[in-house]
Design a protein around this ligand. Structure first.
Ligand code: MN
Length: 358
């Protein structure tokens, strides 16, 4: 028997860092990835899909997303959908659903168990009373037990309503703890019998969700669960840190960035972080760099974390206005070294006839 464990899909995420057109496109891609996952489930003979919370991003679900999810559930009567509402869902998409189909299985404040044949799926929507909730968990140790929860796994007494104290779930007969809430794939041992797992989100929606994204496929045979992470996202988000120390011109910086981005697919969303030391006379025009790389990736943004380096010795005997300016700034006692460098870079651009926006 095969089961998909997914979570934190956050359908309808606004993704405001993108242009309105691209954000709309990404939202459509996110919905499409959900549909592809259900197609995969169908093709692979998956009998249940566990959605361990945060299916939607907000309470206000778009008509589009609602229709798509309702259609996926109603259109696959052979697959049971176990939907645990997370801290971002309010189940809004259920309210106007005229009789949700029987293959949509929900959970409540206390434990609810469903017999899937090869496994029992038990879940609860946490609302703060974890102590009582965890005390009342009663599983049949003779069955394969999957327990679904949405919250933060911790090894301590819960401090927030979202904390799941793993210590209290040990030796309770759990084979697989299907979690949601943490947006990256993580899996580890729970106790001698079971393990816990966060599948992470289905698509990286920003630069805090980089790398592979997808879901977990469980294969249950003869009372044993095997799990496998399936990368499934349409696009990846990547943060590339590029050391530009010693590079003297925007074209050298661009060449170095392109070299560093060699293995990154053109479909990706890329954040460049420039680091190292740059000479004050090297223009570091992020807007231009973003523009030059625009066609090479789906989305590019650049951040400058370089430190400015000034070779004061070079300007000591420089009779030009530039030299005079550098010496004047250097002599100022009310400026830090970093501020001096920033003032000098700015002044040099002004002297070179550039417009300086402050
Ligand atoms: Mn989430």
């Amino acid at each position: 028997m095969k089961i998909i464990h997914c979570a934190d899909l956050h359908l309808d995420s606004p993704m405001r860092f993108l242009s309105p057109d691209k954000a709309r496109e990404r939202r459509a891609e996110l919905l499409n990835t959900f549909s592809r996952m259900i197609d995969f489930a169908e093709a692979e003979g998956v009998s249940a899909v566990i959605i361990a919370g945060d299916l939607f991003d907000t309470k206000n679900v778009s008509a589009n997303a609602k229709k798509l999810v309702q259609g996926a559930v109603a259109g696959h009567p052979g697959i049971n959908f176990y939907y645990l509402r997370g801290n971002h869902d309010a189940g809004g998409f259920l309210s106007d659903w005229d009789g949700p189909p029987p293959n949509l299985r929900l959970f409540g404040d206390g434990w609810t168990s469903y017999d899937e044949g090869g496994a029992v799926i038990t879940g609860a929507e946490m609302s703060g009373g974890q102590q009582r909730l965890f005390d009342s968990l009663a599983l049949d140790p003779g069955r394969v037990n999957i327990v679904a929860l949405h919250g933060q796994a911790v090894e301590a007494a819960p401090k927030t309503p979202e904390d799941i104290d793993l210590r209290r779930l040990r030796d309770r007969g759990i084979d697989y703890l299907a979690l949601g809430h943490v947006h990256s794939y993580r899996e580890d041992r729970l106790d001698g019998r079971g393990r816990w797992c966060y599948p992470g989100c289905l698509e990286g929606r920003g630069f805090d969700e980089c790398g592979d994204r997808g879901f977990v496929l469980l294969n249950i045979e003869n009372g044993l669960i095997e799990s496998e992470f399936i990368p499934f996202a349409r696009r990846r988000a990547e943060v590339l840190t590029v050391d530009v120390t010693g590079l003297g011109s925007p074209s050298e910086i661009e060449a170095e960035v392109r070299r560093a981005a060699g293995g990154v697919s053109g479909d990706s969303l890329v954040k460049l972080v420039l680091t190292g030391e740059t000479d004050v006379e090297c223009e570091n025009d992020l807007a231009q760099l973003e523009k030059d790389l625009e066609g090479s990736f789906y989305f590019v943004k650049a951040a400058d974390e370089t430190r400015l380096k000034i070779d004061y010795g070079r300007f000591e005997r420089d009779a030009s206005l530039k030299g005079e300016f550098v010496r004047t700034v250097k002599a100022r006692e009310d400026l830090s070294a970093e501020d001096k460098a920033a003032v000098i870079r700015c002044g040099m651009r002004a002297l070179a006839g550039e417009e300086v926006g402050l």
